[in-house]
Design a protein around this ligand. Structure first.
Ligand code: ATP
Length: 235
């Protein structure tokens, strides 16, 4: 449709020191959409999420979100604008229990989900409310990491490989959670290497190579596009 995208990324470039890693990433995400960033190791997927979130040393270009330009903004301002980031390493505090981890985000805005709603969305976390971070399974840690950013009031969720290292049945649970979040109106950008999983959750896919978006494909066209995408994905 013709409505403005929730986020419009144009000509995004990023550097780690001397190393120029993103070379003009273009993508857009509509409200309520789930899109993936696919591509090989080192294609720049993680750096794209980190650049949107303002946690790379140097970036340029444009990240327009909900009517604001965020490229010059600090990451706490970006969080307040409504973007939440779950890094691949998840960042759970091992010595704190589930509830304490959930209470931790420093940025809690109006619209942040209260604990009871979090536990409604993540019933398995309710059961584990008093369990320490160290005692949680990988899947529970991933759920907790996602739940925690919902506390902050984030509406756009940037998820880095939520399926990574998890057993297939747990990956399915994560998929159900992402679909529930979409039903509730959240918008999701996720980095994935797990092609099959990506296909079960996303509306659309962006394919990255060498620090650029080189292709985009609607989910219903993904299977038919496999041959074309093979060169980028190594599937
Ligand atoms: P992966 O799944 O391996 O994380 P990716 O597509 O997410 O792949 P990035 O992690 O964004 O890729 O990495 C893009 C490029 O940036 C790679 O060449 C990588 O070596 C480099 N890079 C990533 N992080 C750093 C860093 N902290 N310092 C220097 N170079 C980095």
């Amino acid at each position: 449709d013709g409505s403005a995208p929730l986020m419009l990324v144009r000509g995004l470039e990023a550097w780690y020191g001397e190393s120029h890693v993103l070379h003009g990433v273009n993508l857009e995400v509509r409200e309520g959409e789930v899109v993936t960033l696919l591509g090989r190791n080192g294609a720049g997927k993680t750096t794209t999420l980190r650049s949107i979130m303002g946690v790379v040393p140097k970036r340029s270009g444009s990240v327009h979100y909900a009517g604001r330009e965020l490229i010059g903004a600090r990451s706490d301002i970006i969080a307040r604008a409504g973007i939440g980031y779950v890094p691949e390493e998840r960042g759970i505090f091992a010595s704190l229990d589930v509830t304490e981890n959930l209470m931790l985000p420093p940025v809690v805005r109006p619209g942040g989900l209260p604990l009871d709603e979090i536990y409604e969305l993540f019933p398995n976390l309710r059961e584990r409310a008093r369990s320490q971070g160290t005692k949680l399974s990988g899947g529970e840690q991933q759920m907790l990491a996602i739940a925690r950013i919902l506390r902050t009031g984030a509406k756009l969720l940037l998820l880095d490989e939520p399926s990574e290292g998890l057993a297939p049945v747990i990956v399915q649970q994560i998929g159900r959670t992402i679909r529930k979040l979409k039903e509730r109106g959240f918008t999701v950008v996720l980095v994935e290497q797990n092609f099959r999983f990506a296909q079960t959750v996303a509306d659309r896919h962006y394919v990255m190579e060498h620090g650029k978006v080189v292709d985009t494909v609607r989910n219903e066209d993904l299977t038919a596009s496999l041959e074309r995408l093979q060169q980028y994905l190594g599937v």
